[in-house]
Write a protein that binds this ligand. Structure first.
Ligand SMILES: Cc1cc2nc3c(=O)[nH]c(=O)nc-3n(C[C@H](O)[C@H](O)[C@H](O)COP(=O)(O)OP(=O)(O)OC[C@H]3O[C@@H](n4cnc5c(N)ncnc54)[C@H](O)[C@@H]3O)c2cc1C
Length: 460
């Protein structure tokens, strides 16, 4: 009998990327989407470095890059005076990633690329017009029920991955609450067709943040248009098309032609699900965390989930790890969403509204640390070993952590190196090594089990 598939509910960016991750590890899966087509809504527009690393691992980076606009500088400008603060130069990341830049690409251009890769590699794995209505768990799996145009359908799977977005049916049926706040403020997004490069040249970075106490603005050059994001105060009515137009002209000045492609008004949230796992069911992406869409941390944080869970499921399926490895998913990703991306996005919102002069989570050369890295153990300065080292930072791609003096044990299928020593690949058994100060690095799949160490560092 063939192995039951891992059921993924929701073909948004997180469900699609998770499917590619499961394919990468040769795990059976079936992906179910309520709608007849992928979403055409105007949502995320910027994709960060770590997401590109995930796409590379899952074999779609080149296809994505071919359709995207590369951005090497992120502008930070005081709107009232036009005074530019030091911009973020993404080349700072050259030592850390193959992709020392971010890209601008609308979410509805990205999703078809991911879908095409799934359909090429696993024909028939994507099931549109399948709305999950309920599910139940057994000792060995999950049975999910879907409404389809041909009636009710039951599917038996080994796990259920809920990538069904912010209003997750799975999360609500599990009775899992989301903790945090939804400020009154809303955000206006306007996509505009206007030539600010040649016919009406302007010197804006292709991704720029204009801070202002009364009306901040984010400018994102998309491959096919210019995108403007503004706050909309509580109680204010949504602007008319004429008002949108007037707002934009006020900002860019007179232009020869300007066409509004679409507008959207959305609530912002800073909320994280209390639990991310219930036995064989996992919450991922917006189902697990709703993050203020500032600094492109919504979709991109969801992709971090899609980096973390597939390899864990593969390790358990292959018998290389016990079920406990799956608990590491929430242990690793929840703080990234709540304290990394979530706090950073909230701080960014305040910074943009000039409610604060600085953003601790994103300053100077440390700006890249906040979103995708977190300390792996307690402070090294004291030299005290972390009592229960939260040292499960492995990613499906590279990882690196700065370790001040340590004994680490791990499993890996690629060489590891630290402090000038190279350790051979070890799989499935674990290996232990002690070394003094250095970077423990892997260029492939790896899981760290324990780090009895005093260490500082960041998972990347
Ligand atoms: C205006 C706006 C701008 C944004 N800008 C950015 C940005 O610049 N950068 C960034 O990183 N993020 C941004 N975000 C956030 C980003 O869009 C989301 O974080 C991202 O879409 C989450 O992906 P997801 O796959 O988890 O969920 P979703 O994209 O919501 O996908 C969920 C999918 O599940 C399906 N589904 C739901 N219920 C069921 C069911 N019962 N059965 C079957 N299928 C179901 C839905 O139809 C949908 O296709 C923005 C969001 C908005 C609204």
């Amino acid at each position: 009998m063939s192995e039951p598939p891992i059921i993924i509910v929701g073909a948004g960016p997180v469900g699609l990327t998770t499917a590619l991750g499961l394919d990468f590890y040769r795990l059976p899966f079936a992906l179910f989407e309520d709608d007849a087509e992928l979403s055409l809504d105007t949502k995320a527009g910027t994709i960060l470095t770590r997401t590109l690393e995930a796409f590379r691992r899952y074999g779609v980076a080149d296809q994505v890059l071919a359709k995207a606009l590369r951005v090497d500088e992120i502008g930070d400008v005081e709107r009232a005076t036009g005074k530019a603060r030091p911009s973020v130069q993404t080349a700072l990341l050259s030592e850390d990633t193959r992709y020392p830049f971010v890209i601008n690409m609308p979410q509805h251009h990205l999703e078809p690329i991911l879908r095409a890769a799934i359909e090429e590699r696993r024909p028939g794995a994507l099931h549109l017009r399948h709305q999950l209505t309920s599910f139940r768990q057994s000792d060995h799996g999950v049975i999910a029920t879907f409404d389809t145009p041909d009636g009710r359908r039951e599917v038996e799977g080994s796990y259920l991955l809920a990538c069904d977005g912010g209003r997750s049916t799975v999360r609500s049926q599990l009775g899992i609450s989301v903790e945090g706040e939804s400020p009154d403020e809303r955000v206006l997004l306007v996509d505009v067709k206007v030539d600010l490069d040649v016919a009406n040249p302007r010197d804006y970075p292709y991704l720029a943040y204009f801070a202002d106490p009364s009306e901040w603005m984010i400018l994102v050059r998309q491959p096919h248009c210019w995108r403007f994001l503004y706050p909309l105060a509580a109680g204010m009515p949504e602007p008319t098309a004429a008002e949108f137009r007037e707002k934009i002209i006020r900002f860019v000045g007179p232009v020869d032609d300007l066409q509004i492609l679409n507008t959207i008004v959305y609530r912002i949230h800073h909320r994280v699900a209390r639990e991310w796992r219930r036995d064989r069911v996992f919450l991922m992406g917006d189902a697990a965390h709703l993050i203020t869409p500032m600094w492109a941390l919504g979709l991109n944080t969801g992709i971090l989930d899609a980096i973390s869970l597939p390899w864990r499921l593969a390790w358990v399926a292959r018998g290389w790890a016990s079920d406990a490895l799956l608990d590491g998913y929430a242990r690793e990703q929840r703080p990234v969403a709540a304290e990394g991306s979530g706090e950073m996005a909230q701080a960014a919102r305040k910074y943009m509204a000039a409610e604060t002069a600085s953003v601790k989570a994103m300053s100077g050369t440390a700006w890249a640390n906040a979103a995708t890295r977190r300390p792996i153990a307690g402070p090294s300065a004291s030299g005290i070993a972390s009592p229960t080292p939260p040292c499960m930072p492995a990613t499906a791609a590279r990882f690196g952590c700065t370790i001040s003096s340590t004994t680490a044990s791990w499993r890996s299928i690629s060489p590891m190196s630290a402090a000038g020593q190279t350790f051979p690949p070890i799989a499935p058994a674990s290996s232990t090594a002690s070394f003094r100060i250095g970077m423990l690095r892997s260029t492939g799949d790896c899981a760290i089990d324990r780090c009895s160490t005093s260490a500082t560092g960041f998972v990347r």
